[in-house]
Design a protein around this ligand. Sequence first.
Ligand SMILES: CC(C)(COP(=O)(O)OP(=O)(O)OC[C@H]1O[C@@H](n2cnc3c(N)ncnc32)[C@H](O)[C@@H]1OP(=O)(O)O)[C@@H](O)C(=O)NCCC(=O)NCCS
Length: 182
Amino acid sequence: MPRLIGEKIILREFRKDDLPFINSFTTDYEICRNLSDTFLRNHPLESTEKYLNSILENSSNDNLNYVIAEKDTLNYIGSIDIMNINWVARIGTLGIVIPQKSSHNKGIGTEAINLLLKYSFERANLNKIELDVNEFNLGGIKCYEKCGFIREGVIRESQYREGKYYSTIKMGILKREFTVET
Ligand SMILES: CC(C)(COP(=O)(O)OP(=O)(O)OC[C@H]1O[C@@H](n2cnc3c(N)ncnc32)[C@H](O)[C@@H]1OP(=O)(O)O)[C@@H](O)C(=O)NCCC(=O)NCCS
């Protein structure tokens, strides 16, 4: 898997020593409230290690898994994945997490997504990348819109947070709509 080199960041392969960083956000409510209900449950280091090992063993042909890293040091900043690739319709689902809030709103998410979209469309020959985002995740939605994702639909009251229901927004981008030069 080639590294994907951006201006500020690099997308690199996972390594064994990424384990504590991958797990770090699972106890942080502010991060987890943006993610799926999987993160309602405990994520001990042992289960994260199994997940990491499955990536290291390259056990699935249907995912592209990258670490978002500092360009100079290769230090872990976050992770980004294209998951559940349907190789017939050539569609994959994007997931991204940057655990440290101090790293948010600096353009890292936008740069990482653009790098992976370019690779997905121009090398892996995918035709569409889609994602789900909670309606209250305004930073996430802004980031996806900057990358060219379009709102395709709303799944009403599909999320429950702090005693209230929220909708999920479905977004997608087609290969022919991707115009960003990386
Ligand atoms: C979502 C996430 C990946 C975005 O990455 P990022 O590096 O923070 O994104 P960027 O800085 O590239 O873009 C964020 C944009 O949203 C804007 N923004 C942030 N909070 C906002 C708010 N409450 N309302 C409107 N815009 C907001 C930022 O100003 C920025 O826009 P700008 O570049 O025009 O100023 C990152 O914040 C993250 O990992 N969050 C926690 C986990 C998560 O939500 N994952 C996605 C689940 S779908």
